[in-house]
Design a protein around this ligand. Sequence first.
Ligand code: PMP
Ligand code: GLU
Length: 398
Amino acid sequence: MRLAQRVSRIQPSATLAINSKARALRQQGTHVVNFGVGEPDFGTPLHIQQAAIKAIRDGHTRYTPVSGIDQLKEAICDTLRNDYGLTYHNENVLVTCGGKHALYNLFQVLLEAGDEVIIPSPYWVSYPEMVALAEATPVMVSCLQTNNFKLHPSDLERAITPSTRLLILNSPSNPTGAHYTRKELEGLAELLLRHPQVLIVSDDIYYRILFSGQEWVSLGMVDEELRSRMFIVNGVSKTYCMTGWRIGYLIGNREVVKAATKIQSQSTTNPTSISQYAALAALRGDQGFVRTMATAFEERCHYVMDRLGELPGVSCPTPAGAFYVFPNFSSFFGKSGKGKLIRDSLALADYLMEHAHVALVPGGPFGEDQCLRFSYALSMEDLQEGFNRISRAIMELS
Ligand code: PMP
Ligand code: GLU
């Protein structure tokens, strides 16, 4: 069958591919420790589940307005006021089927052939692919491990051309867990003010998972002038353990939001009605759970960093949030195990999956082939077992 060219322009999601590989092994009865998938391991809090059941019982099972129900948009605006100190109105908000869909809609609205999108590398696997689907060109900008993989204004300046349309920032970051400080964002803002054609999308999906001593701050909070060309993407997936419910949102310029709503009206219509009521309960309800979860991730992060520190030749910047680490394993490249040469991150991830039954995402699809991505949203027992297996398998390489 002939397929449209755009299909061959993109790669399947590497994170989701690893997850399905791990799931397939599990179905065969193998106990896999899955560091692959990026989703909290906690269940959706009970009051959110109950709100969804109530929504069904109350008959909220029909189409909603394309851009989402008003109450949810109001709750999103209130969240922005409380957490960012920024004022937005319902017409600045589009509720989508997950944060990924918010980004997809935004790119469809803003980008076309000839446009360049600056993506600090390492990056979340889906950014370049979604940019390519919108026919624009992703421009990766390498960020140094010694700078915690964060974008420096001078790197950004070198990448900006007259065709630059958009910059994607993601903090706390997937895959590194790095978070930009206010001072670092001020440095980027100063530069961006000199390039008024560059729009910015701030992917804040991990913003509530920040560790001790970290301040929540994003670009729109450090400079008022930048706000008119800033888009915020967020959602309930990570903050409220609702990855399967598929609710995200896009916030920004109302003309752009209106255009994205038009695209949504011709694709998914509205996000699931029941999930919207659940998301409303999440945003309006008790937030205590979120703190508890972030503390649990921080404890696990300490454990993971300790165990990585025991592996010879492995280096890793300390994360400030989210639930990922992105250690450099390149000292093992060139060695062999079970008759196979470990040439790159993919070969190492395959070796660990096959021989240690540990699922990890290779760094290549995140733009940094020397690294492997670990999601540590796992129980302490699984983390211990996973690292025991990795240590043993790594020691067998020669
Ligand atoms: N941005 C980043 C950086 C992510 O890691 C994810 C996780 N999938 C998303 C956006 C989108 O998440 P979701 O579509 O589940 O809201
Ligand atoms: N964002 C998560 C991850 O990186 C979920 C999977 C995906 O959508 O990529 O693992």
